[in-house]
Structure formats: C-alpha cells, structure tokens
Ligand binder design. Structure first.
Ligand code: SF4
Ligand code: SF4
Length: 377
C-alpha cells in the first residue's frame, strides 16, 4: 500500500480509503450481507488500508452498525474512522450532540477520527451550520475527544465551495466529488487546488462517477486499447487522481472482494508522476470524446430557475446528458423515478417558455423537456 500526507495534519493515510456505502446486500439496500462485508473491510485493512468512511444514512442507517462490527477484534486501532453528521436532521444545536452520541454507539467507539458535516451546500451552510452555531458544537466535541478532526463533504456549485472553505479557518479536511470528468463540476480542480493550498486534506469521493467510468462505451474503450500502457478503465480513473499531489486519499465504495483486490493492487502502484504526458493526453481525449456526446449544451448555471411550474431544469438536463454520455439509460431512469420528486420532473413542463429568455445558451428548453421525459419516464 502507498501512503500519502493528509494536508497539514501529522497523519499519513493509505492512498485508498474503504467507502462503506455500497456494501454487498441481499438486493434490499438496507440488508447488508454481514459476513461478506466484514471480510471485505478486514481484508482491505490487512492489506494496508487505514481509512474507513461511513455515514449516518448509508444502507438505511446500517452501514455504521456494520462498520462498528467490522472494526472489532483489534481492527479499530488500525484505522482512521470517518463518519458524517447528517446535517439535514439538525433543527437545533442539541441535535448535533444527540446524533454524534447515537453514531458513537452504533460504531461502538469512543471517538471518531474524521468527522464530516455531511453534504454541505450554500443553503445548509447558512441555514443549518451557521444558523445553529454547529461549528461551536463541533469544536466542543473536539475538545472533549469525541472527534479528532473536523471537515465537510460538499455537493453544490464551485462558488459555494469557496464560501464554505474560506468561511471557517479551522477546517482540518474536506471531501469532494472529483474524477476526470468532473474537473469543472462542483468544487472541481479549482476547489481541489484551493483547499490543498490552504493545507486542507482533500478526500475524493465518486472517483468513478458512480461506477460509470468503469464501464465506458465502445469508442472510449478503443482509445484505451490504443494506449501502450494498459490498465482497466476503473484503474485509469483512480491513477489519474493519485497522480495529483493535491489529492490526499481516494475513497472507493466497494461491493465485492474482487473490487477490493483490484483497488488494492491499483493503490499499491499509485503515486504522483506515475502517469506520463501521453497517458494524461489520452485522458484528455477520453474526456473530449465523452463531452462530444453531450446532447444538451446546458452548463448548469441555473439562470433559468426557478421554473414557475417547479421543473428542476438543470437537474433534468444533467441526468439526460449523463445517460447519453455513458450509455446508461437504465441508471438514469432509476434516478428519475426514485430521486426526483414528481413535480420536479421534465414531465411537469407546460411549455410556457418563461425560462428560455434567461438561458445564456439559448437552449429551447420547452422543446427538450418532452424528449427528456420520453427517454427517462
Ligand atoms: S417552459 Fe417548462 S421548464 Fe420552462 S418555465 Fe415553463 S414549465 Fe418551466
Ligand atoms: S439557463 Fe440554460 S444553461 Fe443555464 S441551467 Fe438553465 S438550461 Fe442550463
């Protein structure tokens, strides 16, 4: 295993972290196959992984319980344990303390090494964290030894990342979605460099874009096959991240033992400078090829919002484009039906065209919405 310095902290973390959000189940995401999952986590630790990441809502609340079990028999002492405060359940300052106690109990531990405020956005930063003075609560938890390091995970636009990162001078670390397709989405490469320049450790999540970069379409595979250096598509995505000095650790949500072994092999040969100029140019070509497949030139700027009829215009377009880019209509339909409120779906568009004048890309939004719904509905 290779180890990397974690920002300005006196901590060395394994290049690979075990993400406990896609553990093996019996088909119901709440029912983790306990024996197999524990074996996977312990195998990873035996092979040198020293960072395990879970969160309050993963697997319907069962991931923390399973992680606590996996870290018994001496494994707790071998790892840095990370979990996250479910910020959407914080309605008053006391909720933070109550949830932390609940998590310590579920994890069967006295302390969390890396504690994150989960999924911060501009909205939660202002209306939860600042409003309820949660940073003061978190500092008290640090002083009492219940948490060692405080950070946040992030899902919003780049400007919000800067606001949150610069809005508190005691962050120890942060966690961002980043992969070779997301260099300009969310925090992006700019956010990564900004955090690293401040000495803040950066944990990477979604290195494979929800698994999509592990299964590229045929034309992308062709580019990979032409390269003299051969790795599996998933490993190219991981090595691209580990090649960057600003990246502290890459989390992978592993679902079976084969993935554990593959990721450990990849992490063991990882490092800054592993990829040469030709390799990096190839990744650029792959990104360009993916982007050529974009059907709707939506940048996600949200100038068209709010829609008077509650259609979440950029989210619908992002989902549609993602499904086309990655040949994954089935996955996109699943998201459309399970993670979009009915009122926010493309189907709710009544073609009023109020949004269209506001779109700097001049996208005929009202014409696209029925097409989006036809494919995803
Ligand atoms: S055209 Fe559709 S998406 Fe645009 S504002 Fe009207 S209802 Fe909303
Ligand atoms: S204004 Fe246009 S480019 Fe911006 S999010 Fe809306 S549809 Fe996309």
């Amino acid at each position: 295993m290779r180890y990397r310095k974690f920002g300005k902290l006196d901590v060395m973390v394994s290049a690979l972290g075990f993400g406990a959000m896609r553990l093996p189940t019996d088909g119901n995401p709440h029912n983790i196959l306990e024996e197999e999952a524990i074996k996977m986590i312990r195998t990873a630790i035996d092979e040198g992984v020293n960072y395990v990441d879970t969160a309050y809502p993963y697997h319907g609340g069962n991931s923390e319980i399973l992680t606590g079990k996996a870290l018994k028999d001496g494994y707790r002492e071998k790892v840095y344990l990370a979990t996250k405060s479910p910020t959407w359940l914080i309605h008053n300052p006391e909720d933070f303390d109550r949830l932390l106690e609940e998590q310590l109990n579920k994890l069967q531990t006295d302390y969390i090494d890396f504690y994150l405020l989960h999924s911060l956005s501009q909205e939660t930063w202002e209306n939860v964290i600042l409003k309820h003075k949660i940073l003061e609560r978190a500092e008290a938890a640090k002083s009492s030894g219940k948490i060692k390091y405080l950070g946040f995970s992030f899902h919003d636009q780049a400007e919000a990342f800067t606001t949150i990162l610069d809005g508190y001078d005691k962050w120890d670390f942060c966690q961002i979605q980043y992969n070779y397709m997301d260099i300009e989405n969310q925090a992006g490469m700019k956010g990564l460099k900004h955090a690293a320049a401040k000495g803040i450790g950066v944990v990477i999540m979604e290195p494979l874009l929800g698994g999509r970069l592990a299964n590229p379409p045929a034309d992308i595979k062709e580019i990979l096959n032409e390269n003299p250096v051969k790795y599996a598509p998933s490993e190219w995505a991981l090595q691209w991240l580990w090649n960057q000095t600003e990246v502290s650790l890459v989390l992978s949500g592993m679902s079976n033992m084969e993935q554990v072994q593959e990721n450990i092999t990849a992490a063991s040969r990882s490092g800054v400078g592993l990829l040469g100029d030709e390799d990096l140019k190839m990744i650029d070509r792959i990104r360009d090829r993916y982007n050529e497949r974009v059907a709707i030139p939506c940048t996600g700027c949200s100038y068209c919002m709010p829609c008077p009829n509650h259609v979440e215009i950029p989210r619908n377009f992002e989902l549609y484009n993602g499904s086309v880019i990655h040949d994954d209509i089935k996955g996109a339909r699943h998201v459309y039906h399970n993670f979009f409120e009915e009122a926010n779906r493309a189907a709710a568009c009544i073609q009023c065209r109020i949004c269209e004048d506001k779109c700097p890309q001049s996208i005929p939004i009202s014409e696209w919405m029925p097409k989006v719904h036809q494919m995803l509905g």
